[in-house]
Design a protein around this ligand. Structure first.
Ligand SMILES: Cc1ncc(COP(=O)(O)O)c(C=O)c1O
Length: 367
């Protein structure tokens, strides 16, 4: 018998069929024709001027408050390099994006992990920790369609976080690459918009709405802090890729981005619905918050389930996913993250059937 074709629930990336290849080609041609000088020279560490202006307009900020980088991971790296010294306390959500955890640990930060609830970080637990003397430099928050948890931060909690950032004097790092991908429910204002005290640094990205290969992301924040990030950027790479940013600028200017966002949302909405129904049918023990948008759904299985054994059994059936433990400093042993962004509805049906079969194979599983 031949091995089944592998299905990946692991990668937080869009499938190629929802990338606007033709519109990207048109944007590249237009950018190279209209502004070859801008696209093909070094440029400045702030990023490609027309894109920086577009981002500033979108967020009601001044261009001096923006830096456009090679993906938002690069923006995170500049910010962390600037703000986080070994031993500094940094608040993260538990669970959180695995690469953020790795970067912060690499910098020697002391990580204060605060649990997530279905409407975002447990702000009361954070407040208690602050009142008990924790003095973070920075709090990293993923407000919309969380990676990995799928949940969205409520408006009330956004306001409470802003109050805490002001009262206890720390930077709120709002990491928001999924904000445009809402399928249903009401959009919440960003903390950047709500901020009166200059406490928020906001990051977003074109990876999830255009394509990850273009590697364009950005920060918006207080001009002084952004100037410092620009200095680190100059020292690191002179300037980010002007070719990529010129293409993205034209993609945004022409309105192609709105069509791309619609395509991605329509496809991911259908994939989310398929996943939710398949899990309810095939794996009734699974507990999850239904994401109102974005790429990910987080599954909690009964406490006695060992996700490491489940991952091995699933892999034997040609299914991979990321174990909950990758997103936490401790715990997550009965949880997993399913990315539905890179798989078709048919692959989701088949993937969940494989997951359920692996689950039934676990020692002590219900018959
Ligand atoms: C929360 C979060 N932040 C940052 C990133 C990095 O995005 P980029 O491709 O812009 O570097 C991701 C990508 O998965 C993410 O989920």
């Amino acid at each position: 018998m031949s091995a089944p074709t592998n299905i990946s629930f692991a990668r937080g990336a869009p499938s190629l069929d929802i990338v606007a290849v033709d519109d990207l080609r048109t944007a590249a041609e237009r950018a190279f024709t209209d502004d070859p000088g801008g696209a093909f020279s070094y440029g400045t560490s702030a990023g490609y001027g027309p894109l920086v202006s577009w981002i500033a307009d979108k967020h009601g900020a001044e261009p001096t408050q923006v830096i456009a980088t090679n993906g938002s991971m690069q923006a995170d790296a500049f910010l962390f390099q600037l703000l986080v010294q070994p031993g500094d306390v940094v608040v993260v959500e538990a669970p959180t994006y695995d690469r953020t955890l790795l970067s912060l640990r690499g910098l020697g930060a002391e990580i204060l992990a605060i649990p997530l609830e279905s409407d975002g970080i447990d702000v009361s637990a954070l407040e208690q920790a602050l009142e008990a003397g924790a003095a973070p430099r920075l709090a990293h928050i993923i407000p919309n369609f969380h990676n990995p948890a799928g949940c969205t931060l409520s408006l009330e909690k956004r306001n409470r976080l802003l109050e805490l950032a002001e009262r206890f004097d720390f930077v709120l790092f709002e990491d928001d690459p999924y904000v445009e991908l809402r399928f249903e429910g009401e959009s919440q204002p960003t903390m950047l918009e709500l901020d009166q005290a200059g406490k928020v640094v906001y990051a977003s990205s074109f990876s999830k709405t255009v394509c990850p290969g273009i590697r364009v992301g950005y920060l918006v924040g207080p001009a002084g802090l952004i100037a410092d990030c620009r200095r680190i950027a100059t020292e690191t790479y002179i300037s980010p890729s002007m070719v990529s940013q010129a293409i993205v600028a034209e993609f945004c200017r022409s309105g192609a981005i709105d069509r791309s966002i619609e395509t991605v949302k329509r496809a991911l909405h259908e994939r989310r619905d398929t996943l939710r129904a398949a899990l309810a049918r095939e794996l009734p023990d699974a507990r999850f918050v239904v994401p109102e948008g974005g790429y990910f759904l987080w599954v909690d299985l009964p406490d006695d389930v060992d996700v490491h054994s489940l991952a091995i059994l699933a892999k034997e059936r040609g299914l991979i996913f990321v174990k909950g433990t990758d997103f936490l400093l401790e715990g997550g042993d009965s949880s997993l993250r399913i990315a539905y962004s890179g798989v078709t509805p048919e692959q989701i049906e088949e993937g969940v059937a494989r997951l359920a079969a692996a689950y039934r194979e676990l020692p002590g599983a219900p018959a």
